[in-house]
Design a protein around this ligand. Structure first.
Ligand code: PAF
Length: 283
């Protein structure tokens, strides 16, 4: 396994693999690797000749009052996890190499970026779309692996690929959860033991809503779930929305496949989660 810190060098190595016919899988991360990332890495290894894991805490996707400086950076542990999981290259660029002082180009995916999390995190998705487009170009990836926990991010990247004709294909990967149901995330390290226990309620409510969605009226499903969310202790809701699976527009009574997506603060930690919901087919 090689650790590459320079953008030009990574791009040169990736292009030479591409020329020799290797297929490259990219696992874009901000580090603090966990079981969720490991599942993306394993998936990439199954599908590709070469796996590149990028570790880059991307400053342009954090707002001024967000946790950029505090974001966990356990570099040595991350390298060890990659080594154990047979990653070929870790790409770990410096901020000044990715975004030099004269950097000026930003990608915006209109409509999709200004709803849900975008309403609470101004410029966040432009920051994500821009860095991901750069990572696709640098890594020459055939496939890139993203968790569906960040469902809005996934949809934005799919749209970016379509609109800008990137050759990279997206492989969406399932949410990995703790036994309590809490979706695994690097930010879970901010939670106290008590907050972790409380956070297990988020998935419990989503699962019950998905069950109700099969047969019940959409407004009833949403009302019942929102009432349950309001009862979670030490929590504050940013949003709880049921949206169309395909384009994130608000779900209505004709929606057959939806996503219940939520952002909830547990104490000082903002957690996002979702579940896909489908109507029971009539026989
Ligand atoms: O999901 C993440 O970890 C980040 O948003 C990503 C895709 C690595 C871009 O910085």
């Amino acid at each position: 396994m090689k650790v590459i810190k320079n953008v030009a060098q990574m791009q040169k190595i990736a292009s030479s693999h591409l020329k020799s016919g290797d297929e490259i899988g990219l696992v874009p991360t901000m580090g603090a690797l966990h079981e969720g990332h490991i599942s993306l890495i394993s998936q990439s290894e199954k599908n590709n000749d070469i796996t590149i894991v990028s570790i880059f805490v991307n400053p342009i996707q954090f707002g001024p009052n967000e946790d950029y400086l505090k974001y966990p950076r356990p570099i040595l542990k991350d390298i060890e996890i990659c080594r154990k999981n047979h990653v070929d290259y870790i790409f770990m660029p410096l901020v000044e190499n990715m975004f030099p002082a004269n950097y000026e180009t930003f990608i915006e995916v209109k409509t999709l970026q200004d709803i849900l999390c975008g309403l609470f995190r101004t410029n966040h998705f432009a920051g994500v779309a821009t860095v991901v487009a750069k990572l696709f170009n640098i890594s020459c990836a055939e496939r890139a692996y993203f968790g569906i926990k960040d469902f809005q991010q996934l949809k934005i990247i799919e749209k970016l690929i379509k609109d800008l004709n990137f050759r990279t294909k997206i492989v969406p990967c399932s949410i990995v959860r703790e036994r309590s149901g809490l979706a695994i995330s690097s930010r879970n390290s901010y939670l106290s033991v008590e907050e972790k226990n409380i956070s297990g309620n988020i998935y419990k409510i989503l699962k019950e809503a998905a069950e109700d969605f099969k047969t019940k009226d959409l407004n009833v499903v949403k009302r019942d779930a929102v009432n349950k969310f309001k009862k979670i202790p030490v929590s504050k809701i940013d949003y709880t929305e049921i949206v169309n699976f395909y384009d994130l527009s608000p779900a209505d009574k004709n929606t057959k496949k939806a996503v219940f997506t939520v952002a909830v603060w547990i104490g000082k930690t903002r957690l996002i989660d979702n579940t896909v919901m489908t109507k029971q087919s009539k026989l």
